[in-house]
Each structure stands twice: as C-alpha cells, then as structure tokens.
Write a protein that binds this ligand. Structure first.
Ligand SMILES: *Cc1c(COP(=O)(O)O)cnc(C)c1O
Length: 361
C-alpha cells in the first residue's frame, strides 16, 4: 500500500521531468558567479517578486539568517512572532551566531501580530535597550494567510518607525494562491483554479511590502533543495557575504537551481489542488465530535483534540503509521498536503482517522 505522507510538504520527491531539467542544466562555479542556471534562477525570482536581486541559498533557515544579519548589526533586535519560524524553529541562529536578539510577540489567533504590540515593542533610543531594527512577518504562517490589508498596515507602521521589513515567505506561493482564490468570484469548487499569472500577481502584491523576502522551493513547490532571498542589490551583496560565512557558497549549484526554475514554471498553478485536498481533509475531521479544526487557508490542517478524545488521540500518530499514513503531532495534530498526495490518499487518511475515533478499527 502506498504511503500517504502528510508530515510536511518537504517530503516530495522530484518528478521525472524535474530530474531531467536538473540533468540538462548548464553549470559553472557559483562561488565565482559562473553558474548560468543559478544566475537565471536568481534573475527569475527577483523579477517575479519585483526585486532588484536575489540570492540562491541551500535552506530557508539560511535565507532568514542572511536576511536578519543583512538588516541588523550586532546589538540590534528584530520583532517577530512567537511561533514564527525565524524565531522558534531556527536554533536561535540570529542570536547565537549574529548577536542579534529577537523580540518575540504573541500572535492573534489569525496569525497576525497586533499593531499596538509591534509599536509598543519598538525600544526608545536609550543605552539600556537593543536597537529595534527589523520587523519579520511570515506568510503563510501555520498555513494561515495573513490578510493583505494587515501586511500593508504592519509594514507601513514598521517603515514609519524607521524599521526594515523582512518576509519569511517559505510558503509565499501558497499565500498567493490562497489570495488569488479568495479574489475569484463565486467559483468555490467546480475545479476552476487561479491561473499562474494571477498567483504571480498576488505573490508580488504581498512581496512588494517588504525590503526582503525569503521563498522556499523545497516546500509545496516540490524542489529537492533550495530557497531564495530577494531584496535590493545592496542588501543581496551583504547577504552574499553572510551566506559565504555561513558555509552556503555552493559550486555547481545549477543542478539544484534547475529544479527550482522547473518548480516555478510547473508547480505553482497546481498548489490550488493541494489547498482543495487540505480543505477536504479539514472538513471531514471537523465532523468528528471532539476535534477542532483551524480554518484551512492553504495546504496545512491543524487539529486540536478536546475531551472526550484527548486520551485516545495520543495513540493516533502510531495507529496511522501502522497503516502507512504519516502525520505529526508536536504541539497539535498537523496534516500537510503536497505534490505527492492525491485524493485517494487523503480519503484513506480520513477513513482511518474516522474509524479510529469511532473505536471500530
Ligand atoms: C521550512 C520553513 C523555513 C526554512 O526551512 P529549511 O528547512 O531551513 O529550508 C523557514 N520558514 C518557514 C515558515 C518554513 O516553513
């Protein structure tokens, strides 16, 4: 039986066509700036998101790290969400390696950081305090789309206070897809999906509010490795130096960049299918008494377990695994749809979860 891997959208295997593109890519030494495929990717993603320049990096973690250290000096701080990846999930790299301290802010339930709290956390110019230098947002955050109006308001507030702004857009194209779908009039199901150009337009509309944006190719876009940091030419020059320092100067990296180019050309429009399957899963789980499902905006389904199911839920992940269905439950139950999950797989997961909680399996 085929494994249904709902742990993350990072688990995708490169498709045959993507592998072909990787094999065919012209290569050079990117530390010399000589890799034509890396250069093509950097130009492509910068232009797509409306920036002067971009830098190909091995991971989203390194991309955020390069961004934070390019915006901030030693003794500066960045404002960031409590659950944001570049605060909670990156080993404290900006603080450990960069001497830049995070100032975490609690999220509202919709994932936003309250504007009043952002403003309150900006420290006065006083020797007691770190210099507040940067606001980091994440979109999507835990699968949730930040409202564009909020993104505009928060980044405007930051700018008005002299802060730079960075977007961890690991799943920017999922956010753009969700935004494009929201803009479509009365086409809820019907298999009508937003066009590539509409998604790109929304991606740019989000990205343009920030001084820098990090995008992952290795999540829903289905490339094996790689992220890009986009920004001004000057910022990317600084980030290039930091990438080298972090050990991220890669040589014939065009093989990986080719996968990212392929993903941008072929795996953006299909993201709406992942979102539809996540919604299908979320709707089905919401029918189970004792489960609370977060609103599903994109490809991630978060589920909280209430009484009377709490005790039983502890065994769910292991139970699923015995049936070749993989999921995670670190803070809450989490299911992620992607390129390598189809409707049959999602329906199998639904059936197993339903019967598990009904106690009939
Ligand atoms: C996955 C992810 C990253 C970076 O992850 P890497 O595993 O380092 O590539 C950064 N931010 C968010 C929101 C992510 O989901």
């Amino acid at each position: 039986m085929k494994t249904v891997d709902l742990r993350s959208d990072t688990v995708t295997q490169p498709t045959a066509a993507m592998r072909e593109a990787m094999l065919a890519a012209p290569l050079g030494d990117d530390v010399f700036g000589d890799d034509p495929t890396v250069n093509a990717l950097q130009e492509k993603i910068a232009a797509l998101l409306g920036f002067e320049a971009a830098l190909f990096v091995p991971t989203g973690t390194q991309s955020n790290f390069c961004a934070i250290l390019s915006h901030c000096q030693r003794g500066d701080e960045y404002l960031v969400g409590q659950m944001a990846h570049c605060y909670r999930w990156e080993g404290g790299g900006a603080a450990v390696l960069g001497s830049v301290q995070p100032q975490p802010i609690a999220h509202e339930t919709d994932g936003t950081l309250p504007l009043a709290e952002i403003e309150a956390q900006i420290k006065p110019d006083d020797a007691h305090f770190a210099r507040t230098r940067l606001l980091c947002l994440e979109n999507t955050l835990g699968g949730k789309l930040l409202p564009l109006e909020y993104v505009k308001a928060a980044t405007e507030l930051a700018r008005s206070k002299g802060l730079a702004t960075h977007l961890d857009g690991a799943r920017l194209f999922n956010a753009a897809t969700a935004q494009a779908m929201n803009l479509m009039p009365n086409t809820p199901l019907a298999g009508i999906l937003p066009a590539q150009s509409a998604i790109e337009l929304e991606a740019r509309a989000i990205a343009q509010n920030f001084d820098s944006v990090s995008v992952c190719f290795s999540k829903g876009l289905g490339a094996p490795v790689g992220s890009a940091l986009c920004g001004s030419r000057e910022l990317i020059q600084t980030a290039h130096r930091i990438r080298k320092m972090a050990g991220g100067g890669m040589r014939q990296a065009g093989m990986l960049a080719a996968a990212a180019i392929y993903a941008l050309d072929h795996h953006v429009e299909r993201l709406a299918q992942d979102h539809a399957l996540a919604e299908r899963l979320g709707d089905a789980l919401a029918q189970i008494d004792g489960l609370t499902v977060d609103p599903v905006h994109s490809n991630i389904v978060f589920v909280d377990v209430r009484e009377p199911l709490k005790a039983k839920a502890a065994g769910l992940i292991a139970h699923l695994k015995q049936r070749n269905i993989l999921a995670t439950g670190l803070y809450r139950l989490r299911f992620v749809t992607h390129l390598d999950v189809d409707q049959e797989g999602v329906d199998r997961a639904i059936a197993v979860i339903q019967s598990y909680f009904r106690g009939s399996d």
